[in-house]
Design a protein around this ligand. Structure first.
Ligand SMILES: CC(C)(COP(=O)(O)OP(=O)(O)OC[C@H]1O[C@@H](n2cnc3c(N)ncnc32)[C@H](O)[C@@H]1OP(=O)(O)O)[C@@H](O)C(=O)NCCC(=O)NCCS
Length: 192
């Protein structure tokens, strides 16, 4: 098992998942407001299965969608990180390289404090630094303005819209917008 990364920023620690994270993560995943852009809120069993999947990715690769924890107030407040795409990308990919997405979910009571942005910047630095990725993508539904505004704020560039292949044709949640960021574009935005 590769040694897991735990990116750390001024306020946040991104770390592997622990048993104690199940309840706070399930509370976020059950929240109808936090989950309004997903097909449905998650049941406790679905949330537990999702956490297990995230932890398996971290154990397999050393990185993934981490548990987000405040350094001054330990405990799970969200999930942010990088994952290998769980479906074949319906957009152009250079040379069949494996595609990695960045994603985020922050507890509703702690939003609009720049926490997702801090966590996302840590994840991008890990992805383009020690993990050595050439490109990171993000996608969401057009109605998820908080999410696509964050993609724009991180310097990502709009790619080709696509229909999410995991949803049935005609499903209202199927249309997605894609944002992409290359290592070179990320590097050009870094101070120094
Ligand atoms: C998207 C999400 C993670 C943002 O978390 P957050 O901690 O509130 O975001 P931040 O405070 O770091 O905001 C960073 C930027 O994101 C954008 N943003 C965040 N919330 C926004 C909102 N409600 N409306 C518009 N833009 C928003 C802004 O560009 C913001 O920068 P600004 O504050 O300078 O305007 C949060 O809304 C969330 O968990 N949503 C539910 C889960 C979800 O939909 N995840 C994405 C699935 S694709």
């Amino acid at each position: 098992m590769p040694r897991p990364l735990s990116p750390t920023g001024p306020r946040l620690l991104l770390r592997p998942w622990r048993e104690a994270d199940r309840a706070p993560l399930a509370a976020i995943n059950a929240d109808p407001v936090a989950m309004r852009h997903f097909a449905a809120p998650m049941t406790r069993a679905e949330s537990d299965a999702w956490m297990d999947r995230l932890q398996r990715h971290i154990e397999a690769h050393g990185w993934g969608f981490w548990c987000v924890e405040r350094r001054d107030a330990p405990g799970c407040i969200g999930a942010v990180g990088l994952m290998h795409l769980a479906f074949a990308p319906p957009w152009d990919v250079d040379g069949g390289a494996s595609v990695v997405e960045i994603g985020w979910r922050i507890a509703p009571g702690l939003q609009r404090q720049g926490l997702a942005e801090e966590a996302a910047r840590l994840a991008l630095a890990a992805g383009f630094g020690p993990i050595g990725l050439a490109e990171i993508v993000a996608f969401t539904r057009p109605a998820n303005e908080p999410s696509w505004r964050l993609m724009q704020k991180l310097g990502m560039t709009r790619g080709t819209d696509f229909e999410h292949p995991r949803l049935p044709e005609g499903h209202p949640a199927r249309p997605h917008i894609l944002y992409r960021l290359t290592w070179a574009d990320w590097r050009a935005r870094q101070p120094g």
